[in-house]
Design a protein around this ligand. Structure first.
Ligand SMILES: Cc1cc2nc3c(=O)[nH]c(=O)nc-3n(C[C@H](O)[C@H](O)[C@H](O)COP(=O)(O)OP(=O)(O)OC[C@H]3O[C@@H](n4cnc5c(N)ncnc54)[C@H](O)[C@@H]3O)c2cc1C
Length: 290
């Protein structure tokens, strides 16, 4: 399996990747495979599979990452978080991931399990992604490690400057590329990129793009990801919130325009949060690859 950093290094055009989550029910898995089959028509460069909050999908994430990679002959990354595990448990899971043939890991701290307000470090575990990344390196695992970044600041950080200092620790620990939290204002991404380059972070930084498929998602994304929305986008979508076809068209048009501008800015790739749905991500990448 190809390592993701090598894909970015070798790319002569933007790298396209899709993110999926492990479904709860078996029917969801059938739909997931259908979605990946559909999306493989645009020849993505790699796919990723998330790790459920609190490590709840551990075995599924590992199994699905490796099954999808084999079935669709695609490089894949498993997401991994340090929520709820001490060093021994984390070492064992990393060995399991390695044995399943996965060579790419998205290394994250993770969010607290539902119902728990704050992230709690387990005794003998890790408090931050940078500590997890250092551990993976110290233990001699040969994964290509990606990490998350937040153009509009991680919600727990007091300031963007402080967040970027912490981001630098992750890169120095061994994260070889960064994928961003979803955002809808390219100006946020541009100033973030400016700031991190000034601070000496030089690894590839890939924008994470979320197609909006319903109006109610806007409030959800604001809470979940603390991201800002351009006023014009909100009013354009609100005007057609009960007309699914027109809503879809406007939303896809916005994402295509957002990605085109990012590509012009020279981003190494576009990472699409698919939510296991194929149509919008498929239409966006088809349009971008024209
Ligand atoms: C691309 C992407 C994919 C994701 N995939 C998943 C997934 O699959 N599963 C999942 O559960 N969650 C996922 N998340 C969400 C992520 O787990 C949360 O955003 C989490 O709250 C932070 O994770 P992190 O790895 O960015 O944490 P960290 O980098 O550890 O940062 C968390 C907070 O701690 C601060 N911090 C970091 N280091 C220090 C330090 N040394 N001292 C003081 N403060 C510090 C940071 O500024 C930040 O505010 C993803 C996020 C992104 C961007």
């Amino acid at each position: 399996m190809k390592k993701i950093l090598d894909i970015y290094k070798a790319a002569k055009s933007p790298v396209y990747s899709f993110e999926f989550f492990p479904p709860k029910a078996p029917e969801g898995e059938v739909k997931l495979f259908e979605a990946v089959r559909e999306l493989s028509k645009v020849e993505p460069d790699f796919i990723t599979v998330t790790y459920g909050a609190g490590g709840s999908t551990r075995d599924k994430t590992i199994r699905l990452t490796s099954e999808l990679a084999k079935e669709f002959a695609l490089p894949a990354a498993a997401h991994f978080t340090c929520v709820g595990g001490d060093k021994n448990e984390i070492r064992n899971i990393l060995k399991q991931i390695q044995e399943s043939g996965i060579v790419n890991l998205m290394a994250l701290r993770g969010d607290p399990p539902k119902g728990e307000g704050h992230f709690k470090k387990v005794e003998g575990g890790f408090g931050y992604a940078s500590e997890l990344i250092s551990f993976i390196k110290e233990e001699g695992f040969d994964f290509c490690l990606g990490a998350g970044c937040y153009p509009e600041k991680h919600p727990e950080a007091k300031s963007i400057e402080e967040d970027v200092e912490n981001l630098k620790r992750k890169v120095e620990a061994g994260a070889s590329y960064l994928v961003s939290q979803l955002f809808f204002k390219n100006s946020s991404f541009e100033s973030f990129l400016d700031l991190i380059r000034k601070k000496g972070i030089q690894v590839p930084v890939v924008p994470g793009i979320m197609p909006i498929t319903s109006f109610s998602q806007i409030e959800r994304f604001k809470t979940m990801a603390a991201c800002e929305f351009p006023d014009e986008l909100v009013s354009e979508l609100e005007a057609v919130k009960d007309e699914p076809e027109e809503f879809y068209k406007r939303s896809v048009r916005f994402s295509v325009a957002q990605c085109r501008e990012l590509v012009k800015m020279g981003v190494p790739g576009i990472h699409l949060y698919t939510l296991n749905q194929s149509p919008a991500s498929l239409d966006i990448v088809r349009e971008l690859k024209k």
